[in-house]
Design a protein around this ligand. Structure first.
Ligand SMILES: NC(=O)c1ccc[n+]([C@@H]2O[C@H](COP(=O)([O-])OP(=O)(O)OC[C@H]3O[C@@H](n4cnc5c(N)ncnc54)[C@H](OP(=O)(O)O)[C@@H]3O)[C@@H](O)[C@H]2O)c1
Length: 289
């Protein structure tokens, strides 16, 4: 790495599950397959290698991030294996594709083993570092029972197929329900500078030392992150609004791990550079509204 390259290490690190140290600025792989500019798997491989070259060692993916030849798991295996010891790959199970590209159903407890085995095979690993139980649809979390499915994943963890477990798209009651079954290492919920209404779950994670991993950290490319103050703060630091949005997340709590998604090597470098952006108290006050 040259002196001028940004590095994900500038964000500091976090011990996922107590023992997997990851830089707090990571990468979300969904855009390699869905809703991005990539048309050839080799372009996805290049994006992944760029992220790792810049110090990213936490990659978020899922078996259901796929469209034709563009399959996130396959691109990760092709681009990054043999895997370095410090690389943490997090995946999610729950949604079922049932032949399409948009999940239409939810796996039962009995179907989860098959999905985990499929992830192991496609990623080319003998165990998965972190597996989230992804609950519900794209609406607000809550109301759905999680214990039976989480217990099924806990069994796979006990058998050594999975190192740590997480839950995704949960409210505080569902998080408590999962924690009563087995330790939760990470929560992945919808949260960004323009959508901050998950304070209760974030507070629980902070108290318990659970990683809080916001999905759509840049608004998913469709929800506004250009709130009042963002442009001014960005101008003060010579930064971009996307970088301010990521620095705001990292400043929200020491348990937050950012996983911005991108299909562009340039955006990956820009996002990694946010690892070194420190917002001042004045900046945070300007972004508080
Ligand atoms: N658990 C869940 O239910 C769930 C749901 C959604 C996502 N996720 C996870 O969260 C990760 C992140 O979410 P996401 O990728 O959907 O959304 P995101 O990170 O909020 O935003 C990605 C979008 O922002 C654009 N972008 C990225 N960097 C940019 C920059 N520096 N400047 C301007 N635009 C930029 C990308 O376009 P380019 O491709 O052109 O860079 C893309 O359109 C996913 O990859 C996935 O791993 C989880």
């Amino acid at each position: 790495m040259t002196m001028n390259q940004p590095s994900a290490t500038a964000a500091g690190d976090f011990p996922l599950g107590g023992d997997l140290r990851v830089n707090r600025l990571g990468f979300g792989a969904m855009r390699l397959a869905l809703g991005g500019r990539i048309r050839d798997p080799e372009e996805g491989v290049a994006v992944l290698r760029r992220a790792v070259e810049l110090g990213v060692n936490h990659i978020d993916t899922a078996g259901f991030y796929g469209f034709g030849d563009l399959q996130a798991h396959e691109m990760i295996r092709r681009g990054l294996s043999p895997y370095s010891d410090d690389l943490v790959i997090a995946t999610k199970v729950g949604p079922l594709l049932e032949g399409g590209v948009v999940p239409t159903g939810q796996a039962t407890a009995g179907q989860l083993r098959g999905l985990v085995e499929e992830d192991l095979r496609r990623l080319g690993r003998d165990h998965l570092d972190l597996v989230y139980l992804r609950v519900g649809g794209m609406g607000r979390p809550g109301g759905e029972e999680v214990a039976e499915r989480f217990a099924a994943l806990a069994e796979l963890r006990d058998q050594g197929l999975i190192r740590h477990l997480g839950v995704s798209n949960v409210d505080a009651a569902q998080l408590a329900e999962a924690r009563a079954v087995a330790p939760v290492a990470a929560v992945q919920n919808h949260f960004h500078i323009g959508r901050r209404d998950d304070a209760a779950v974030l507070a629980r994670c902070e108290e318990a030392g659970i990683a809080y991993v916001p999905f759509f950290p840049l608004g998913g490319g469709r929800e506004p992150i250009d709130r009042p103050g963002v442009v001014d703060v960005a101008a003060r630091h010579g930064a971009t609004p996307a970088q301010v949005a990521l620095a705001w997340l990292l400043a929200a709590s020491p348990v937050v791990l950012a996983i911005p998604g991108s299909s562009s090597p340039d955006h990956v470098a820009e996002n990694v550079a946010a690892a070194g952006l420190r917002l001042t108290a004045d900046d945070l006050a300007d972004l508080a509204g």
